[in-house]
Every structure is written in C-alpha cells, then in structure tokens.
Design a protein around this ligand. Structure first.
Ligand SMILES: Nc1ncnc2c1ncn2[C@@H]1O[C@H](COP(=O)(O)OP(=O)(O)OP(=O)(O)O)[C@@H](O)[C@H]1O
Ligand SMILES: [Mg+2]
Length: 776
C-alpha cells in the first residue's frame, strides 16, 4: 500500500481508494474531508488516471495551492503541475480564455473585479440620469449579481413580470435597463465580471455541445471541496461536466453552509444523491483538529439547529482547556484582553503569532483589536480588507497593462486616460463616451478616429488624446517582444506614474511607491516562475488574470509570523491553534439582520459552528457590555450562542473588574509595549546567587517530595509563598525538567530563567508558567 495511505483512518481510506462513480462525503469539521480529497487525487494518479483528466474545485486559491503542494510531495512536481485545480472562478476563467470566442469574447478579455463593475454601474446610473440615492450603486450591483448567479439573463428578466414588479415595488423600476446597459457595455469592453465567469461558462456548455463534450472528456474525474456552499450556477456547471463519466466526488458539511446570503444553495448537497445514480455515501466521524472540549462545545451548539443532517463528531485528542468566555466592558477592553492573552500565551508556551487568529462577524470590528495588538507590538494581518491589488496605485498600474492587452477595456481606459494628469478633462471623457455609445465603437476607437468625426473637442485636447493613443500603441509594440516585467517597469516610468507618486513625500505617498515596487517584484517572480516552466507564453495576460482573481487570502505577502484577523466567513476550511471569536453579542452575532426567520438564525449558528471548529487547542469567546457601533456607544447583551454551549465545555470567567491585574492591563504600561518590557534589562538584575529574598507573590510551593502544579494568578495570597530559588529543580508542562538559574522581578512581574534539560534556556513569567517544583 502506498505510504501516504497509512496516514488515513479506515473511514477516510474507503472513499480515498474508491476510484469510479459518484460519491459524497458528508462529515463534520476537522474530520479530514480536505485531506481525503487531496490523497484521493494522488491515489487516482497512482492507479493510472492521467493528471490532465482531473479537475479539483476548491473554495480559495490558497487551498488549491496547498493541496497541489501536498500532492506534488507524493507524486512529484511535474505530474502535479498538470492538474486543474482552483476556485470555480479561476478554473472557468481559464476555460473561457480558450473558448470565449464562441460567445463573441476575445481571448484576452479583461476580468472586471467588483470595484470595476461597481464603477461602471455607477457611471451608467449617472448617464441615465437616475437618482443615486434610490439607485445606490452597491445595491443595484448586488441585485444584478444575484440575477446572474441564478442564471436570469437580461432577456429572461424582461420576460419575468414578477421580477420587474419586485424591482418596481422597491422603487427601482429601471433596474432591468441598467442591467441591459451594463451587460452590453461589459461585452463591448471585452470584459467579464466575476459572475460572468460562471454565467458564461454555463452558456458555453449549454449552447455548444461539442465544447461540453470536449471538457467532459477532459475532466473524467471531478472533485469538489466545500460543496455545501456552491450556488446554482456552479452546481449546473459541475453537473454538466460530470454528466458523461459520473466520476464525481463532492465533500462538504451541511453544518458549515454559510453563504446562503450570496446565493449558495444547501440543497445542492442535500440532493446530491438524487442527481446521480448509485451514489456512494461516506461519513467521517473522527475529528483530528480540535480538543475534546472544542469538539464538545461545537457539537452542543449545532444541536440547536432543526435543519441538519445527523452527524457524529468525536475526537481522540486531548481534553484540552475549556472554551473561555470573557466579558469585557467595552470593545477597547475586548481588544486589550485579546492582545494581552496572546502576549502571555505566546510567552508561556513559546508560540508564534501565527498560532493565533481573531475572528469576527463584521469587518468593522477589527479596528479595536488592531489598536490593542499594535500597542503590544504584536504583528497581525487583516485578511479580506482591500486586497493589495485593489489599492488605487496598484489598480492604476494594472489598468495601463490591461489597456495594452485590450484597448476596449473601458474601465481601464477611464482610469488612466488622465492619470497622471495630461489635460484631458472629465467633460472630454464624457463626450467620448457619448460618441462611443452612439456609434457603437469603443472609446479607444473613437479617439483613434478623432480627426474624421465631428465631436465637440478642441484641437489642443485632440492633440493630447492623440499623444495618449501614441503612448499606448508604443506599449503595445513593446509587449510583442518584452516580458511582462520589463514592460511593466517601462510603463511605470514612461507614463509618469512613478514621477507622480514621487511628488508626494508624505508617508502615505512613500507607501504607495513601495507598493508599486512590490507589484513589479510580483510580476518579476511571476515571469521567472513561467520561464522555469519553459512556458513564457502570454505572461502579461496570465499575470493579470491572477491579479483579477486574487483574493486577499491568497497573497502571501509580508512577514508570515502574524496574528490572522478575518471574518468568520473567510476562515472556512482553515485552522489555528488558538482562536478568539470576538463580539459574541446579540445583534452582532447573531447579526441583527438575521434574526427574523429560523433559517437566517440557523445560518448564523452554522457560522458560529464554523468559527469554533477552526480552533485546535483553545477557543475564546469575548463579549462586551457596551460597544461603539454606528458612532454611538450602545449597550450590548451576550450572544444567545454562548448559553447554547453545554456547561461542561465552557469556562465563564469572572467579570473583567474582578480580573483586574496590573500585568495584564495595558494602561499601566502607558506607551511602552509590553513585549519591549519583556526584553528590557531587569532592574533587579543582580539577584542573590543563593537564597533569594525576593518572593514572587503569586507562587505556590509544592509539598515535599511531590510534584504539585504551581497555582495560577487567582490563587489565594495566603498560600502564596516561595522557596523557589536559584538552583531549584522544576518541571514545566511543555519543556520538561529544568533548573532555575536566575530570578527577577517581583509579584506579578516575577520571572525565572530556567535551563531545561533538553538544552534550552527560557525566561518564563512565573505567574503563568504552571511550574511544578521538584523537592528532594
Ligand atoms: N487520519 C489523520 N491523521 C492525522 N491527522 C489528520 C488525519 N485526518 C486529518 N488530519 C488533520 O486534521 C486536520 C483537519 O483535516 P481537514 O482540514 O482535512 O478537515 P476538514 O474535514 O476538511 O475540515 P473543515 O470541515 O474545517 O474543512 C488537518 O490538520 C489534517 O491534516
Ligand atoms: Mg476542509
């Protein structure tokens, strides 16, 4: 048997080595679904399935990358490279590059990200003279997006009186017209938005049976992770592709379906058995990720949902610590609790920042946490905010690159036509747009033929427009021979972009310049990676596709040792040693907007289940008594979800006031970051060599000849005395036996430097070190 298969339990092994036919694995969090999917791919290849014939769809590009890396470890790099693996969006963007021409798209079509789409929608709303307070861009965008994901095309929309009526009732009777104009404009610009990547793939596979047959043959084995969160459009694509060979393996957990608000349909997983013949169903029950307490807590929560499949999740892992529930006064206090706990835990267990994650319901909650982490000098990273590639300076550079590839790209052109400023004003651009719409040409073509048309633009401006076209044409020429990096560097210099950013000497300006440099580095890496593959191909086009589909979760930028901050939605599928779920308050989590129906509330509960099950060792739940929301301090109440956890798995700590402790309270440090305090030279550097007079207060001594844990902070002070001295023999939970070589600090601040038998010397805060003292 292949060696890697021994890393699976029997229940996992069965679906892994089941080669043919439709199959579904429904199992709880942390039970190895993703591992099975990964190993199954390696197994298929070992059984002679050609790597070119396998398609694996994951929830994030990061997950695909990790999976591919793992498979490469088993089957070797060169084979793993042939696998088609990625998110629905990235895989189908790739197919549309090859096949989009059937639908009238150029192979170099642009992908509009959400920002581009919303900008275009905003300008259409403006051009149509609609009230922007009623036709709010974001709302119109999400409405149209939901039509697209339900495969309601413009044509279908206008055939459906109910939809039209619903929009009219919502005081937006002209949504249909906006929809039509938006679709036309994207098409004319040679652009697809995110929803198009699925909608057009569906259109392609439905309208062109030959194309469908070709991809059915190619993807003989299809695997889908996180199947519970597929939407209707994704569902149809998978069904169509798997229809011929029916070698489809989907894995998921109905209890982790959390994207209904974005069109995910839980019925896709519930009805899978009806969709195919002879579906093999597998269940995994053993959780390998979390402690018994975490698994127990998560199970007891999800029990409260009525709509669910019955599942068993158990673990053979340690019992671990109970889930800690902490009450804070305000969101500021909550942040300080998180930061100080991370700091102490790191110190006492010699952990990394990357062992911690802070999860929240809404992005707005990150600010208080960030402030507190910054004060303590703890490196963190926010995932899912504005991604690197969505920053203005980066979008400006990529807009030039997009325009070089596709001059029809309206959003790219509008971005750079007067940036850096070259005297082409908004009025001119508006006139160009009107002319382009009237003559059904692209804006770029209008400019190119500016001499032969009648347009109200003065000669001076016409010259500037001509210069702009000449500049872009010169880049196009360069693109035929130069690689993407050389081209991009040339563009940033000669377009005046770098000069423009350089004028701004503020720290923000400098950061922007650094970001542009970082982008260039990224392009360089990309190009070099491609050269390695001996596939220099159309490197610019591929780079831009990666950029358009990159989410912030995918970018591995900066110091990897950081605390991860993200919404729970984004944390799906991930795992961390220690997880803080903050803002456990009614109206926030569950969200105030999701308490009207049982199904909404149950989705919130599933979200909480996802959050809890990210933790391996320790989960913390925090709530506040009052919190700033919408600019006001409002009273908060603990979330109902806290009470839903069985008592045996939680430890509801005493209120903050009673826990007051100078060591933990950031205010006592003023501006000094505590981790600097930690490294500062102690004032009491010269400790007596032998019997020390200093008595760390919070320290309890064990009975003679017995190993007794030293109590923690809350110990009764009467029992706190110490005979601990230099030379004492101690035992530490993690580091084992050692000898005290130095003592310093007093009271809550007392530390001991201990030389452990394993060779390390560590300085530990006695208050939390849980030392056991060996007395002879
Ligand atoms: N048989 C096993 N032996 C040891 N570790 C395992 C085994 N199966 C899974 N694991 C580990 O347990 C953790 C959870 O596995 P995995 O991420 O595959 O679970 P999952 O079911 O996909 O979870 P989620 O529902 O959160 O996506 C991972 O760290 C994985 O490496
Ligand atoms: Mg998984």
């Amino acid at each position: 048997m292949e060696k890697y298969l021994s890393q699976l339990n029997d229940a996992q092994l069965a679906p892994t080595i089941q080669v043919d036919g439709p199959m579904i694995i429904i199992a709880g969090a942390g039970s190895g679904k993703t591992r099975v999917l990964t190993y199954r791919i390696a197994y298929l290849m070992s059984k002679g399935v050609d790597s070119f014939n396998i398609l694996a769809l994951t929830f994030t590009n990061k997950a695909a990358k990790e999976m591919k890396g793992r498979i490469a470890d088993i089957v070797g790099d060169s084979e793993a490279k042939n696998l088609w693996m990625g998110t629905f969006h990235s895989v189908f963007a790739k197919i549309l590059r090859f096949e989009g021409h059937h639908l009238g798209y150029p192979s170099n079509f642009t992908i509009y990200d959400t920002q581009d789409s919303q900008k275009l929608m905003g300008s259409i709303i403006k051009e149509m003279g609609l009230d922007k307070d009623i036709y709010k861009t974001k709302q119109v965008y999400s409405r149209i997006s939901s039509y697209k994901n339900s495969l309601i095309t413009v044509k279908a929309y206008f055939k459906n009186p109910e939809l039209m009526e619903a929009d009219a009732m919502a005081r937006r009777p002209r949504i249909g017209e906006i929809y039509k104009e938006y679709v036309d404009r994207c098409f004319k610009a040679g652009a697809m938005d995110f929803d198009d990547l699925l909608l057009r793939t569906n259109e392609l596979l439905t309208r062109f049976p030959n194309v469908l047959a070709q991809y059915q043959n190619k993807f003989r084995y299809i695997l889908v992770d996180e199947y519970q969160d597929t939407n209707h459009s994704q569902y149809l694509i998978v069904r169509a592709l798997a229809d011929r060979f029916q070698n489809i393996c989907v894995v998921g957990d109905d209890a982790q379906s959390i994207y209904a608000f974005r069109g995910a349909n839980i019925n896709n997983i519930l009805n899978f058995q009806k969709d195919y013949d002879d579906v093999k169903m597998y269940r995994l029950e053993q959780n390998y990720r979390s402690t018994k307490n975490i698994v127990g807590a998560a199970n007891s929560v999800i029990e409260h949902n009525k709509t669910k499949l019955d599942k068993i999740v158990w673990t053979a892992n340690d019992i671990g610590e109970k889930v800690i529930v902490h009450r804070a006064m305000t969101d500021g206090d909550e942040g300080r609790f998180v930061a100080s706990t991370i700091w102490e835990t790191k110190m006492n267990h010699q952990l990394q920042n990357s062992d911690f994650a802070v999860l929240y319901r809404t992005n707005a909650q990150s600010r208080a946490i960030e402030d507190a982490l910054r004060k303590r000098d703890i490196a963190y990273r926010i995932y899912g905010g504005l991604s690197f590639y969505q920053r203005k300076e980066i979008k400006d550079v990529t807009a030039y690159l997009r325009l070089i590839l596709n001059q029809a790209d309206e959003e790219a052109l509008k971005r750079v036509i007067n940036y850096p400023a070259r005297g082409i004003g908004q009025t001119t651009v508006d006139r160009l747009i009107v002319e382009a719409n009237a003559s059904n040409k692209t804006i770029y073509d209008v400019i190119k033929t500016i001499d032969s048309i009648s347009i109200n633009i003065n000669n001076g401006t016409k010259n500037k427009l001509r210069d702009f076209v000449t500049l872009i044409e010169s880049y196009k020429v360069m693109n035929q021979t130069a690689n993407a990096f050389d081209l991009a560097e040339h563009v940033t210099k000669t377009s005046g972009l770098i000069r423009e950013l350089g004028k701004d000497g503020t720290p923000e300006g400098i950061t922007k310049l650094d970001n542009v440099q970082e982008l260039l580095n990224g392009i360089k890496d990309f190009v070099e990676g491609q050269l390695e593959l001996a596939d220099a191909g159309d490197s610019l086009a591929e780079f831009l596709e990666d950029v358009a589909l990159a989410t912030d979760l995918d970018a591995d930028k900066g110091d990897p040792d950081h605390v991860a901050l993200m919404t729970i939605h984004l944390a799906k599928g991930l795992e961390f040693g220690h997880v803080f779920i903050v803002g456990m308050e009614e109206d926030l989590f569950p969200s105030g907007m999701s308490m009207n129906t049982r199904s909404e509330l149950e989705e919130e509960r599933r979200l909480f289940y996802v959050a809890l099950t990210r933790a391996e060792k320790q989960a913390y739940l925090t709530y506040t008594l009052s919190r700033y929301r919408w600019g006001k301090l409002i009273d908060a109440e603990p979330s109902r979800f806290i009470e839903e956890i069985d008592d045996e798995f939680v430890n509801i700590t005493t209120p903050l006031k009673e826990r007051f402790n100078p060591m933990l309270d950031a205010s006592i440090f003023g501006d000094i970051a505590p981790n600097k305090v930690r490294f500062a030279k102690p004032k009491t550097a010269k400790m007596p060599k032998k019997k020390t007079k200093s008595k760390p207060e919070n320290f309890e001594i064990s009975a003679p000849k017995k190993m007794v844990p030293v109590s923690e902070a809350e110990s009764d002070s009467d029992t706190l005395n110490t005979k601990l001295e230099v030379g004492s023999k101690v035992n530490h939970q993690r580091f084992g036996r050692g000898e005290v070589i130095k003592l310093e600090g007093k009271g809550a601040d007392a530390k001991a430097e201990i030389k452990f038998q394993k060779g390390d010397t560590k300085k530990l805060l006695l208050r939390f070190a849980k030392l056991q003292i060996m007395r002879e």
